[in-house]
Design a protein around this ligand. Structure first.
Ligand SMILES: [Zn+2]
Length: 503
């Protein structure tokens, strides 16, 4: 049974729109500038008006500018405008996880996410995701733009082992609207052929390498064979092993037991050469040269290093449905619900694992490698929208500056989608995908959480600041706060319906 799609809404995006008096962080990595007025016609930025800047094109004087009487105006006085965020690893979910697609879209929009790379059409199938992408692109629903990817061999009538069968499947999904293909692993000859053929056809590729396939093909093979992006970290430490070929698994390890799987993952990076080791450095150079992108999704695994934090995230109360809460709670049926008996030792191992992982990603970036920011929300206590902001904070922890982080979450992520000429920055000619926030998110990334950032007076009085206020998506103006409130109401109703509390 297909899950209910996003509900129709009346989203007016015709005519001129002026975002006035804002400070712009444009996504290219340039420092903030302002005041500025951004003029949008239909879905495109047509002019950015600001006081004289040396070398800038002479345009309408900032002071003398007045919007036309028919213009839609958003006064962003005192606020910041950023390009809409792109979540490079996102899932709409499905029946047992997120039966209400609109709730997921609302949480994304409420956090300024205007584009998502849907990582595999896992539960609803490609046709559903393509159809939702179409409705979103026509602004028929409040939702980010959706880039549909499909899991390799999904829906194939036969095992894809011959080049002809692989080619036919790729032709089929491309014809049905897939932008890319997601791999979990495949026989090396199949994987190699599929990667190369996809590239020739203009299909992008991503791979979450399953441990069962990592000996036969790791990230080194993927890079050589033209994979577009590596998801998470699987296959990276393994490609650097110098004193072993196979990860040291506990001898009673069972891959199907996810607690075994994620516990063993916690000691993976320290089986690889230390940061700075010649083999570590050489592998980074090799990866950088290949042009591959790393999409670490740090946030997807933080529960492993601090389960108390992950379960106690304050937004669970209002934004995690009963269905999702049950999906997160340890059980054998859901992916990522593996904390049956998670110990101090597991968490400490994972903290060390993170330091090595983050050092690798940072060094890769510094040497010219491409990295992307994605949340993989919907699994492991990771909530849509909120998880994306957590990922920004984790990039900060990994050593990236706030300005670098914004440029990765916008323009660099757009490059991953090969859409950098259309989206990802606040520049003339780009699509009007913007987020407006009443504070400076570079100063504190926590301001980007939909529920804002709590500050307390000396008297202990609490005040919430920040939170994205307005989102412009392809010229349509969306009240981000109202969107968040709609999500809150939807979750409350669902909780009442399913009679469920957070587990
Ligand atoms: Zn994923």
């Amino acid at each position: 049974m297909p899950i209910p799609a996003g509900r129709s809404v009346d989203l007016e995006s015709k005519g001129r729109l002026v975002v006035m008096n804002c400070t712009v962080v444009d996504g290219t990595g340039a420092p903030a500038y302002g005041p500025a007025h951004i003029v949008v016609e239909d879905s495109k930025i047509v002019e950015i008006i600001r006081p004289y800047v040396p070398g800038a094109r002479e345009g309408i004087p900032f002071e003398g500018f007045a919007p036309g009487s028919d213009d839609r105006v958003v006064d962003a006085e005192g606020g910041y405008v950023l390009p809409g965020f792109i979540d490079a690893h996102a899932h709409i979910g499905g029946e047992k996880q997120t039966p209400d697609a609109q709730l997921v879209y609302d949480l994304w929009i409420a956090h300024g996410i205007t584009t998502v790379r849907e990582a595999g059409s896992l539960r609803n199938g490609l046709d559903f995701v393509v159809s939702e992408a179409g409705r979103s692109s026509r602004n028929e629903i409040i939702a980010p733009s959706i880039e549909p990817y499909v899991v390799f061999a999904q829906g194939a009538a036969e095992e894809l082992t011959s080049p002809a069968s692989i080619d036919a499947w790729l032709e089929d999904v491309k014809g049905r609207g897939a932008a890319g293909v997601k791999f979990f692993g495949a026989r090396p000859d199949v994987y190699r052929h599929a990667l190369q053929r996809a590239r020739e056809m203009g299909l992008l590729t991503m791979c979450h390498r399953a441990q069962t396939d990592v000996l036969r093909t790791n990230v080194r093979h993927s890079a050589r064979w033209g994979l577009t992006s590596v998801e998470h970290a699987y296959g990276i430490p393994e490609a650097m092993f110098i004193d072993k070929k196979i990860q040291e698994y506990p001898l009673d390890y069972n891959y199907v037991d996810e607690q075994d799987r994620f516990r063993a993952l916690g000691s993976l990076w320290r089986q690889a050469p230390e940061p700075g080791h010649p083999a570590w450095s050489a592998f980074i150079d090799e990866l950088v040269d290949s042009g591959i992108t790393l999409v670490p999704t740090f946030v997807a695994y933080v529960a492993s290093r601090d389960l108390t934090h992950a379960k106690g995230r304050p937004w669970h109360t209002d934004f995690t449905t009963g269905v999702l809460s049950r999906f997160f709670t340890p059980n054998r049926a859901s992916h990522g619900a593996y904390f049956f008996d998670w110990t101090t030792e597991d968490e400490v191992a994972w903290r060390d694992n993170y330091q090595r992982w983050m050092a690798f990603v940072r060094e890769f970036y510094l040497r010219g490698g491409k990295v992307a920011i994605g949340s993989d929300a919907g699994f492991i206590y990771n909530v849509f929208g909120f998880g994306f902001v957590e990922e920004l904070e984790l990039f900060r922890e990994a050593g990236f500056s706030p300005l670098e982080i914004v440029s990765i979450a916008t323009l660099r992520n757009a490059e991953l989608l090969q859409k950098e000429s259309e989206i990802g920055s606040v520049e003339v000619g780009k699509d009007a995908d913007l987020l407006i926030i009443r504070d400076n998110p570079l100063r504190n990334l926590k301001l980007l959480y939909g529920t804002g950032h709590a500050v307390y007076s000396d008297e202990g009085e609490k005040r919430c600041v920040g939170g994205v206020e307005t989102v412009v998506k392809k010229g349509a103006v969306i009240d981000a706060r109202e969107t968040l409130e709609r999500a809150r109401r939807a979750v409350a109703a669902e909780r009442a319906d399913t009679q469920s509390e957070m587990y």
